[in-house]
Design a protein around this ligand. Structure first.
Ligand code: GLU
Length: 637
């Protein structure tokens, strides 16, 4: 059933007048004495209704409402984003939740600070580079061996306690209500488990199957679904704070859950000590410029920000937006340049990107203009690079130069994650000018497939399972499955498993800032390694092609996720498809690309803020159940 995009205006009930934004005051003062030229604008972003009190764009309508409620009741964008993350655990449990982790990119209007809270899962102390042994991917990814120490609870607590306006217990309330009183099952909640398929990840463990496919059948759309064990878990966190998740009964349930293994699989090694030691990390964003706009994204342990920025730097010398010069949206030249930039960046990613707290990631070198110019050199609008691009050597462009040695060699792309049901991206803007761009995940759809919990001794019947209501991630499969060496340094590969380390991610929460440093947009996507490419597509759509937010989201996307990879395309908004021109796809094939049949690429949620007025504009993706809710009065002043 096609998903529907809903635009809902919620009327703000709070009577108080929003305080004048400190920066507006400063700007006004400056303006009086030294008029400044207006910075270039992405005018198309400000079409339709702009909201003055807040806006959320989320891949699920119930969770969008949870966020809007928090904004209406005085919460800021950080409070609303955290409320959404918990609500999604209830209504989109296959994608993300407290059994997993993510990256929350935050822009605070106060002081104009942009930073990320990294709540990515960590490998337990017992993890080793060769721990996956001879397991195949299905065995590993449905067993405890792939479960990382979850980070969402610590990350969200850090965000709310340091930057929110409301207490964590208040922010958790909408999720508790959804879990306790229930919500109407959406078409995606019902179809995602694929109850009829024996290969369904929701069917690996019987108690999971019993929840998502009761009696072996899908839940009817509209049926009221509750998750009482999750309501209880969230109440415990609300009452006692994040400690209650990382110690005691809930931590015990996580440890017990990851002791399980699917047929031929292997249990995990996580202990109570691993959970107690988990810490979220505040990080500076990756930052670069593209055609005068500043782009900020997620740095290590994600490859998202670095890869997006590298591609933009490689693409910038081509007149992507100019149809008169043979480019423009959807032209063969534009798509080929995009594909070639993707192939080149993915070659670098395979060797150089991963958790910089544990391995050398030459981030400055990878984005050094001389290095990206060198990498862009072989890209031609009308040719496909052959042989395939291999990783470059950015070390001499990095601040710390290492010895040059060894042979150039790209590693195989180890990510097995497809878009499907996994991961979720959402955005929030508030009346004070704060923005949040948050990608959250349990890795595969349904994570490792098991709920935190256990069977009491002597009873293996589903009715005896003591559930805590949330699924455990399988994030550790984002590490290199088989340990290898960095071909340049001879050291263990950047993304090999190590205790306490975070697996390399592709998640790419992103923001655009204008020439005066004012934020204008926040967006991102799920989709495994295609995330990077969805973000690239949408960035070009708004900056080069001058699209409106919804056009930029609805347009078909192109994705290549390995140096030698095929081009995947999608048809765009499935409710109103606008596929790429078949003649252009034929032209790409003639250049030597393999172009695969339409795939499912991402689910982008987007918020724009007009720096002149502070009004918020949003768009959400009909590829899932994208929902935008504006808070306050719509208008254009
Ligand atoms: N685990 C993946 C990552 O961090 C995300 C999975 C997905 O989006 O499907 O890159």
């Amino acid at each position: 059933m096609p998903t529907k995009l809903r635009i809902v205006a919620a009327i703000l009930l709070v009577a108080s007048v929003a305080p004048l934004h400190a920066d507006d005051e400063r700007d006004r003062d400056r303006h009086r004495h030294h008029p400044r030229p207006e910075a270039p604008r992405l005018e198309a972003l400000y079409q339709g209704a702009g909201y003055d009190k807040g806006l959320v764009a989320v891949a699920n309508p119930h969770a969008a409402e949870a966020g809007a409620k928090i904004l209406e009741h005085g919460g800021n964008a950080i409070d609303a984003a955290v409320a959404i993350a918990y609500a999604l655990n209830v209504v989109e449990p296959q994608s993300a939740g407290i059994g997993g982790g993510g990256f929350m990119l935050i822009h605070l209007a106060d002081g104009q600070r942009t930073f990320a809270i990294d709540s990515r899962e960590r490998a337990p102390a017992g993890a080793t580079p060769g721990m996956f042994g001879t397991l195949n991917f299905t065995q590993a990814s449905t067993s405890g061996i792939s479960v990382g120490v979850p980070g969402m609870v610590r990350g969200t607590a850090m965000a709310v306690q340091r930057h929110g306006k409301l207490p964590l217990r208040r922010v958790l309330q909408p999720a508790i209500e959804l879990a306790d009183r229930g919500f109407a099952a959406t078409p995606r909640f019902v179809s995602s488990p694929n109850c009829a398929s024996a290969a369904s990840r929701a069917r690996v463990y019987p108690e999971t199957a019993a929840y998502f496919c009761p009696g072996g059948a899908p839940i009817p759309v509209g049926a009221v679904v509750t998750n009482k064990p999750l309501a209880e878990t969230l109440r415990t966190i609300a009452r006692h704070g994040p400690e209650a998740f990382y110690t005691g009964e809930i931590a015990h349930a996580i440890v017990e859950g990851q002791k399980r293994a699917s047929a031929g699989g292997q249990p995990g090694t996580m202990t109570m000590a691993d959970l107690a030691a988990y810490e979220a990390t505040r990080r500076a964003p990756v930052s670069g410029t593209y055609r005068g706009w500043t782009i900020k994204g997620m740095d290590s342990p994600s490859s998202g920000g670095l890869a997006v920025m590298q591609m933009l730097e490689m693409i910038e010398r081509f007149p992507i937006g100019n149809a008169g010069a043979g480019f423009g949206f959807g032209s063969a030249n534009t798509l080929n340049v995009m594909a070639e930039a993707m192939r080149t960046a993915f070659a670098d990613r395979a060797v150089w990107m991963g958790d910089a707290d544990f391995s050398y990631v030459p981030a400055k070198g990878l984005l050094h203009p001389t290095y990206t110019a060198l990498r862009s050199g072989p890209i031609a609008p009308t040719a496909r690079m052959s042989p395939n691009p291999v990783a470059g050597d950015p070390r001499s462009y990095d601040t710390v130069a290492l010895r040059r040695d060894a042979t150039l060699l790209a590693q195989a792309e180890p990510s097995f994650a497809g878009p499907g049901g996994s991961t979720t991206h959402f955005v929030v803007g508030d009346r004070w000018g704060n923005l949040v761009s948050y990608t959250n995940t349990i890795e595969s759809g349904y994570g490792a497939g098991m709920f935190a919990g256990y069977y009491p001794p002597g009873c293996a019947d589903v009715s005896c399972f003591k559930s805590y209501g949330f699924l455990l991630n399988n994030e550790l499969t984002d590490f290199n499955f088989v340990p290898s060496a960095n071909p340049f340094t001879g050291k263990p590969a950047t993304n090999d498993v190590a205790p306490g380390k975070r697996p390399r991610s592709s998640m790419a929460p992103t923001m655009i800032f204008d020439a005066r440093g004012r934020p204008v947009a926040a967006y991102g996507s799920p989709g495994g390694s295609t995330i990077i490419n969805s973000v690239l597509n949408v960035t070009l759509n708004v900056i080069d092609h001058g699209m409106t937010i919804q056009q930029a989201i609805d347009a078909p996307r192109l994705s290549v996720t390995a140096a030698g990879g095929a081009i995947a395309i999608d048809v765009g908004n499935p409710a109103a498809p606008t596929p790429f021109d078949p003649a252009v796809l034929t032209a790409l094939r003639t250049l030597g690309h393999t172009v695969n049949a339409p795939a499912d690429i991402g689910s982008v949620q987007f918020v724009a803020i007009d720096p002149r007025t502070g009004r918020l504009y949003g768009g959400a993706d009909a590829r899932r159940e994208g929902t935008v809710i504006g808070v306050g009065k719509p208008g254009r002043d």
